[in-house]
Design a protein around this ligand. Sequence first.
Ligand code: FDA
Length: 310
Amino acid sequence: MSRFDQIYRKVALTIAGNSAVERLLSEQGKGLAGRFVAGDTPAQAIEAIHKLARSGILHNMDLLGEFVSDPASANANADAVLQMLNEMHAAGIRPYNSIKLSALGQGQQVNGHDLGESNARRIVARAKEFGGFINLDMEDHTRVDITLATFRRLAEEFGHAHVGTVLQSYLYRSEEDLRSLEDLRPNLRIVKGAYLEPATVAMQNKPDIDAAYRRLVYEHLKAGHYCNVATHDHHIIYDVMHFALAYGIPKSQFEFQMLYGVREDFQKELAAQGYTVRSYIPYGTEWYGYYSRRIAERPQNVMFVLRGLL
Ligand code: FDA
Protein backbone atom coordinates (compact mmCIF):
# COMPACT_ATOMS: atom_id res chain seq x y z
CA MET A 1 0.00 0.00 0.00
CA SER A 2 1.55 3.30 -1.05
CA ARG A 3 1.12 6.39 1.12
CA PHE A 4 -1.69 7.40 -1.26
CA ASP A 5 -3.42 4.03 -0.79
CA GLN A 6 -3.17 4.30 2.98
CA ILE A 7 -4.72 7.76 3.01
CA TYR A 8 -7.34 6.70 0.46
CA ARG A 9 -8.37 3.72 2.61
CA LYS A 10 -8.69 5.83 5.73
CA VAL A 11 -10.73 8.51 3.94
CA ALA A 12 -12.98 5.95 2.20
CA LEU A 13 -13.78 4.10 5.43
CA THR A 14 -14.45 7.38 7.23
CA ILE A 15 -16.75 8.65 4.47
CA ALA A 16 -18.56 5.29 4.37
CA GLY A 17 -19.29 5.68 8.09
CA ASN A 18 -21.12 8.97 7.47
CA SER A 19 -24.89 8.45 7.75
CA ALA A 20 -25.77 10.80 4.85
CA VAL A 21 -23.40 8.88 2.55
CA GLU A 22 -24.87 5.60 3.77
CA ARG A 23 -28.40 6.86 2.97
CA LEU A 24 -27.43 8.02 -0.52
CA LEU A 25 -25.56 4.84 -1.42
CA SER A 26 -28.18 2.57 0.13
CA GLU A 27 -30.83 4.21 -2.04
CA GLN A 28 -28.82 4.59 -5.24
CA GLY A 29 -26.10 1.99 -5.10
CA LYS A 30 -27.85 -1.36 -4.84
CA GLY A 31 -27.35 -2.35 -8.46
CA LEU A 32 -23.67 -1.53 -8.13
CA ALA A 33 -23.19 -3.91 -5.24
CA GLY A 34 -24.11 -6.71 -7.66
CA ARG A 35 -20.50 -6.95 -8.72
CA PHE A 36 -19.57 -8.23 -5.26
CA VAL A 37 -22.88 -9.75 -4.07
CA ALA A 38 -24.43 -12.93 -5.51
CA GLY A 39 -28.07 -11.88 -4.99
CA ASP A 40 -30.74 -11.16 -2.40
CA THR A 41 -31.99 -14.71 -1.89
CA PRO A 42 -30.58 -18.15 -1.00
CA ALA A 43 -31.75 -19.41 -4.41
CA GLN A 44 -29.64 -16.79 -6.22
CA ALA A 45 -26.69 -17.57 -3.97
CA ILE A 46 -27.02 -21.29 -4.74
CA GLU A 47 -27.04 -20.42 -8.43
CA ALA A 48 -23.67 -18.68 -7.91
CA ILE A 49 -22.30 -21.81 -6.18
CA HIS A 50 -23.19 -23.92 -9.22
CA LYS A 51 -21.66 -21.39 -11.60
CA LEU A 52 -18.34 -21.29 -9.73
CA ALA A 53 -18.31 -25.07 -9.35
CA ARG A 54 -18.22 -25.33 -13.15
CA SER A 55 -14.80 -23.61 -12.98
CA GLY A 56 -13.63 -25.87 -10.16
CA ILE A 57 -14.07 -23.17 -7.50
CA LEU A 58 -15.58 -23.94 -4.10
CA HIS A 59 -17.94 -21.74 -2.10
CA ASN A 60 -17.99 -19.97 1.25
CA MET A 61 -21.42 -18.41 1.79
CA ASP A 62 -21.92 -15.22 3.76
CA LEU A 63 -25.34 -13.85 4.68
CA LEU A 64 -24.73 -10.10 4.66
CA GLY A 65 -25.39 -8.13 7.82
CA GLU A 66 -23.55 -7.07 10.97
CA PHE A 67 -24.01 -5.32 14.32
CA VAL A 68 -27.61 -5.93 15.43
CA SER A 69 -28.59 -4.57 18.83
CA ASP A 70 -31.76 -6.52 19.65
CA PRO A 71 -32.20 -10.26 20.27
CA ALA A 72 -35.11 -10.59 17.82
CA SER A 73 -32.97 -9.42 14.88
CA ALA A 74 -30.06 -11.59 16.03
CA ASN A 75 -32.28 -14.69 16.19
CA ALA A 76 -33.83 -13.87 12.81
CA ASN A 77 -30.32 -13.68 11.28
CA ALA A 78 -29.41 -17.04 12.80
CA ASP A 79 -32.65 -18.57 11.48
CA ALA A 80 -31.84 -17.23 8.02
CA VAL A 81 -28.41 -18.91 8.10
CA LEU A 82 -30.03 -22.18 9.26
CA GLN A 83 -32.49 -21.89 6.40
CA MET A 84 -29.58 -21.49 3.99
CA LEU A 85 -27.86 -24.58 5.41
CA ASN A 86 -31.07 -26.54 4.88
CA GLU A 87 -31.39 -25.32 1.32
CA MET A 88 -27.77 -26.11 0.51
CA HIS A 89 -28.12 -29.59 1.97
CA ALA A 90 -31.34 -30.15 0.01
CA ALA A 91 -29.53 -29.08 -3.17
CA GLY A 92 -26.77 -31.65 -2.50
CA ILE A 93 -24.20 -28.98 -1.56
CA ARG A 94 -21.93 -29.42 1.46
CA PRO A 95 -22.41 -26.30 3.60
CA TYR A 96 -19.37 -24.07 3.98
CA ASN A 97 -20.54 -20.76 5.44
CA SER A 98 -19.13 -17.76 7.25
CA ILE A 99 -20.91 -15.95 10.05
CA LYS A 100 -20.38 -12.63 11.79
CA LEU A 101 -21.06 -12.95 15.51
CA SER A 102 -22.06 -9.27 15.73
CA ALA A 103 -25.03 -10.09 13.49
CA LEU A 104 -26.04 -12.97 15.77
CA GLY A 105 -26.19 -11.08 19.07
CA GLN A 106 -22.58 -11.11 20.30
CA GLY A 107 -22.35 -9.09 23.53
CA GLN A 108 -26.08 -9.47 24.35
CA GLN A 109 -26.78 -11.64 27.40
CA VAL A 110 -29.84 -13.90 27.17
CA ASN A 111 -30.49 -16.36 30.04
CA GLY A 112 -26.93 -15.79 31.24
CA HIS A 113 -25.36 -16.71 27.89
CA ASP A 114 -23.86 -14.66 25.10
CA LEU A 115 -26.51 -14.68 22.37
CA GLY A 116 -23.96 -14.55 19.55
CA GLU A 117 -22.37 -17.72 20.85
CA SER A 118 -25.71 -19.49 21.43
CA ASN A 119 -26.78 -18.70 17.87
CA ALA A 120 -23.40 -19.75 16.47
CA ARG A 121 -23.73 -23.03 18.39
CA ARG A 122 -27.09 -23.74 16.71
CA ILE A 123 -25.54 -23.02 13.33
CA VAL A 124 -22.38 -25.10 13.83
CA ALA A 125 -24.47 -28.01 15.15
CA ARG A 126 -26.65 -27.95 12.02
CA ALA A 127 -23.62 -27.64 9.73
CA LYS A 128 -21.97 -30.61 11.43
CA GLU A 129 -25.15 -32.63 10.95
CA PHE A 130 -24.78 -31.97 7.20
CA GLY A 131 -21.01 -32.64 7.19
CA GLY A 132 -20.35 -28.93 6.70
CA PHE A 133 -18.10 -26.20 8.05
CA ILE A 134 -18.69 -22.79 9.64
CA ASN A 135 -16.13 -20.01 9.83
CA LEU A 136 -16.40 -17.25 12.42
CA ASP A 137 -15.41 -14.06 10.59
CA MET A 138 -13.23 -11.61 12.51
CA GLU A 139 -14.57 -8.08 12.92
CA ASP A 140 -13.07 -4.98 14.56
CA HIS A 141 -10.41 -5.35 17.27
CA THR A 142 -12.84 -4.83 20.16
CA ARG A 143 -14.42 -8.19 19.27
CA VAL A 144 -11.32 -10.35 18.94
CA ASP A 145 -11.19 -11.64 22.55
CA ILE A 146 -14.84 -12.62 22.67
CA THR A 147 -14.75 -14.15 19.17
CA LEU A 148 -11.68 -16.27 19.98
CA ALA A 149 -13.26 -17.38 23.27
CA THR A 150 -16.41 -18.46 21.39
CA PHE A 151 -14.28 -20.18 18.77
CA ARG A 152 -12.40 -22.13 21.45
CA ARG A 153 -15.61 -23.41 23.06
CA LEU A 154 -17.18 -24.36 19.72
CA ALA A 155 -14.01 -26.04 18.44
CA GLU A 156 -13.77 -28.08 21.65
CA GLU A 157 -17.43 -29.05 21.31
CA PHE A 158 -17.70 -29.74 17.57
CA GLY A 159 -14.10 -30.29 16.43
CA HIS A 160 -11.84 -28.33 14.07
CA ALA A 161 -13.32 -30.09 11.05
CA HIS A 162 -16.57 -28.18 11.53
CA VAL A 163 -15.65 -24.73 12.83
CA GLY A 164 -12.83 -22.29 12.17
CA THR A 165 -12.02 -18.63 12.59
CA VAL A 166 -9.87 -15.80 11.26
CA LEU A 167 -6.70 -13.97 12.29
CA GLN A 168 -5.89 -10.51 10.89
CA SER A 169 -2.21 -9.82 10.18
CA TYR A 170 -2.53 -6.06 10.79
CA LEU A 171 -3.18 -6.65 14.52
CA TYR A 172 -0.05 -6.75 16.67
CA ARG A 173 -1.62 -9.45 18.82
CA SER A 174 -2.28 -12.03 16.07
CA GLU A 175 0.97 -13.99 16.31
CA GLU A 176 0.35 -14.50 20.01
CA ASP A 177 -3.26 -15.46 19.27
CA LEU A 178 -2.03 -18.05 16.77
CA ARG A 179 0.12 -19.67 19.47
CA SER A 180 -2.69 -19.56 22.01
CA LEU A 181 -4.95 -21.56 19.66
CA GLU A 182 -2.31 -24.18 18.81
CA ASP A 183 -3.77 -26.92 21.05
CA LEU A 184 -7.01 -26.85 19.03
CA ARG A 185 -5.20 -27.72 15.76
CA PRO A 186 -7.37 -24.98 14.29
CA ASN A 187 -8.52 -24.47 10.74
CA LEU A 188 -7.70 -20.78 10.33
CA ARG A 189 -8.26 -18.16 7.67
CA ILE A 190 -5.47 -15.60 7.55
CA VAL A 191 -6.41 -12.13 6.24
CA LYS A 192 -4.72 -8.73 6.30
CA GLY A 193 -7.70 -7.04 8.02
CA ALA A 194 -10.44 -4.80 6.63
CA TYR A 195 -11.38 -2.40 9.44
CA LEU A 196 -10.22 1.11 10.27
CA GLU A 197 -8.07 0.37 13.33
CA PRO A 198 -5.95 2.73 15.46
CA ALA A 199 -2.15 2.55 15.41
CA THR A 200 -2.22 1.46 19.04
CA VAL A 201 -3.52 -1.97 18.04
CA ALA A 202 -2.81 -2.36 14.32
CA MET A 203 0.10 -1.88 11.94
CA GLN A 204 -0.53 0.89 9.44
CA ASN A 205 2.07 0.11 6.73
CA LYS A 206 1.57 -2.42 3.96
CA PRO A 207 5.11 -3.90 4.13
CA ASP A 208 4.68 -4.62 7.86
CA ILE A 209 1.18 -6.08 7.36
CA ASP A 210 2.39 -8.24 4.45
CA ALA A 211 5.40 -9.51 6.41
CA ALA A 212 3.18 -10.37 9.38
CA TYR A 213 0.79 -12.11 6.97
CA ARG A 214 3.54 -14.37 5.65
CA ARG A 215 4.77 -15.15 9.18
CA LEU A 216 1.28 -16.21 10.30
CA VAL A 217 0.71 -18.45 7.29
CA TYR A 218 4.16 -20.04 7.43
CA GLU A 219 4.00 -20.72 11.16
CA HIS A 220 0.52 -22.22 10.87
CA LEU A 221 1.53 -24.44 7.97
CA LYS A 222 4.76 -25.56 9.62
CA ALA A 223 2.74 -26.55 12.69
CA GLY A 224 0.83 -28.91 10.38
CA HIS A 225 -2.57 -27.22 10.52
CA TYR A 226 -5.00 -26.35 7.75
CA CYS A 227 -4.64 -22.82 6.44
CA ASN A 228 -7.03 -20.69 4.40
CA VAL A 229 -4.81 -18.19 2.63
CA ALA A 230 -7.35 -15.42 2.06
CA THR A 231 -5.83 -12.69 -0.07
CA HIS A 232 -5.84 -11.35 -3.64
CA ASP A 233 -2.16 -10.51 -3.34
CA HIS A 234 -0.40 -12.58 -5.99
CA HIS A 235 3.05 -11.88 -4.46
CA ILE A 236 1.93 -13.58 -1.26
CA ILE A 237 0.11 -16.36 -3.11
CA TYR A 238 3.22 -17.25 -5.14
CA ASP A 239 5.39 -17.10 -2.02
CA VAL A 240 3.04 -19.48 -0.20
CA MET A 241 3.24 -21.91 -3.14
CA HIS A 242 7.05 -21.81 -3.01
CA PHE A 243 7.07 -22.14 0.77
CA ALA A 244 4.83 -25.21 0.56
CA LEU A 245 7.11 -26.82 -2.02
CA ALA A 246 10.25 -26.05 0.00
CA TYR A 247 8.82 -27.47 3.24
CA GLY A 248 7.01 -30.44 1.71
CA ILE A 249 3.59 -29.13 2.69
CA PRO A 250 0.94 -30.85 0.57
CA LYS A 251 -1.64 -28.92 -1.43
CA SER A 252 -4.27 -30.65 0.72
CA GLN A 253 -3.15 -28.64 3.78
CA PHE A 254 -4.10 -25.22 2.49
CA GLU A 255 -6.40 -23.39 0.14
CA PHE A 256 -6.62 -19.98 -1.46
CA GLN A 257 -9.67 -17.90 -0.70
CA MET A 258 -10.76 -14.75 -2.51
CA LEU A 259 -13.85 -12.60 -2.59
CA TYR A 260 -16.65 -13.15 -5.09
CA GLY A 261 -16.21 -10.80 -8.03
CA VAL A 262 -12.53 -10.06 -7.33
CA ARG A 263 -9.72 -11.38 -9.60
CA GLU A 264 -12.00 -14.07 -11.02
CA ASP A 265 -9.56 -15.05 -13.78
CA PHE A 266 -6.81 -15.53 -11.22
CA GLN A 267 -9.13 -17.73 -9.13
CA LYS A 268 -9.82 -19.92 -12.17
CA GLU A 269 -6.13 -20.08 -13.06
CA LEU A 270 -5.17 -21.32 -9.56
CA ALA A 271 -7.97 -23.89 -9.59
CA ALA A 272 -6.79 -25.13 -13.00
CA GLN A 273 -3.30 -25.60 -11.50
CA GLY A 274 -4.77 -28.01 -8.94
CA TYR A 275 -4.96 -25.69 -5.93
CA THR A 276 -8.09 -25.61 -3.83
CA VAL A 277 -9.73 -22.23 -4.39
CA ARG A 278 -12.75 -20.98 -2.50
CA SER A 279 -14.80 -17.90 -3.27
CA TYR A 280 -16.36 -15.95 -0.40
CA ILE A 281 -19.87 -15.34 -1.69
CA PRO A 282 -21.99 -12.69 0.04
CA TYR A 283 -25.75 -12.72 -0.46
CA GLY A 284 -28.70 -10.89 1.09
CA THR A 285 -29.88 -7.32 1.27
CA GLU A 286 -27.61 -5.83 3.97
CA TRP A 287 -24.73 -5.11 1.64
CA TYR A 288 -23.66 -1.61 2.67
CA GLY A 289 -20.91 -2.36 5.24
CA TYR A 290 -19.42 -5.12 3.10
CA TYR A 291 -19.50 -3.02 -0.05
CA SER A 292 -17.89 0.03 1.55
CA ARG A 293 -14.95 -2.08 2.78
CA ARG A 294 -14.40 -3.35 -0.78
CA ILE A 295 -14.40 0.22 -2.08
CA ALA A 296 -11.90 1.20 0.60
CA GLU A 297 -9.55 -1.59 -0.48
CA ARG A 298 -9.09 -0.33 -3.99
CA PRO A 299 -9.39 3.15 -5.52
CA GLN A 300 -10.45 1.67 -8.90
CA ASN A 301 -13.61 0.32 -7.26
CA VAL A 302 -14.79 3.89 -6.62
CA MET A 303 -15.11 4.37 -10.37
CA PHE A 304 -17.85 1.71 -10.42
CA VAL A 305 -19.78 3.68 -7.83
CA LEU A 306 -19.34 7.05 -9.52
CA ARG A 307 -20.18 5.72 -12.98
CA GLY A 308 -23.29 4.04 -11.58
CA LEU A 309 -24.47 7.03 -9.57
CA LEU A 310 -23.98 9.45 -12.44
P1 FDA B 1 -4.21 -5.97 -0.67
O1 FDA B 1 -5.37 -5.10 -0.30
O2 FDA B 1 -2.85 -5.62 -0.19
O3 FDA B 1 -4.20 -6.14 -2.23
C1 FDA B 1 -3.19 -6.85 -2.91
C2 FDA B 1 -3.49 -6.86 -4.40
O4 FDA B 1 -4.66 -7.63 -4.63
C3 FDA B 1 -3.81 -5.49 -4.98
O5 FDA B 1 -2.65 -4.79 -5.34
C4 FDA B 1 -4.67 -5.85 -6.15
O6 FDA B 1 -3.84 -6.28 -7.20
C5 FDA B 1 -5.46 -7.03 -5.63
N1 FDA B 1 -6.77 -6.63 -5.03
C6 FDA B 1 -7.02 -6.44 -3.71
N2 FDA B 1 -8.32 -6.11 -3.50
C7 FDA B 1 -8.88 -6.05 -4.71
C8 FDA B 1 -10.19 -5.73 -5.17
N3 FDA B 1 -11.18 -5.42 -4.32
N4 FDA B 1 -10.41 -5.77 -6.50
C9 FDA B 1 -9.42 -6.12 -7.37
N5 FDA B 1 -8.17 -6.43 -6.99
C10 FDA B 1 -7.90 -6.39 -5.70
N6 FDA B 1 -11.13 -9.10 6.70
C11 FDA B 1 -11.42 -9.08 8.03
O7 FDA B 1 -11.07 -8.11 8.72
N7 FDA B 1 -12.13 -10.12 8.60
C12 FDA B 1 -12.51 -11.22 7.88
O8 FDA B 1 -13.12 -12.14 8.45
C13 FDA B 1 -12.19 -11.25 6.49
N8 FDA B 1 -12.54 -12.31 5.71
C14 FDA B 1 -12.08 -12.39 4.42
C15 FDA B 1 -12.32 -13.53 3.66
C16 FDA B 1 -11.77 -13.64 2.39
C17 FDA B 1 -12.00 -14.88 1.59
C18 FDA B 1 -10.96 -12.59 1.86
C19 FDA B 1 -10.32 -12.69 0.51
C20 FDA B 1 -10.78 -11.44 2.58
C21 FDA B 1 -11.33 -11.31 3.84
N9 FDA B 1 -11.15 -10.15 4.59
C22 FDA B 1 -11.49 -10.15 5.93
C23 FDA B 1 -10.65 -8.91 3.94
C24 FDA B 1 -9.15 -8.73 4.09
O9 FDA B 1 -8.83 -8.41 5.43
C25 FDA B 1 -8.62 -7.62 3.16
O10 FDA B 1 -9.25 -6.41 3.49
C26 FDA B 1 -8.85 -7.91 1.69
O11 FDA B 1 -8.62 -9.24 1.38
C27 FDA B 1 -7.89 -7.05 0.83
O12 FDA B 1 -6.57 -7.37 1.12
P2 FDA B 1 -5.69 -8.35 0.21
O13 FDA B 1 -5.15 -9.40 1.10
O14 FDA B 1 -6.44 -8.86 -0.93
O15 FDA B 1 -4.42 -7.49 -0.21
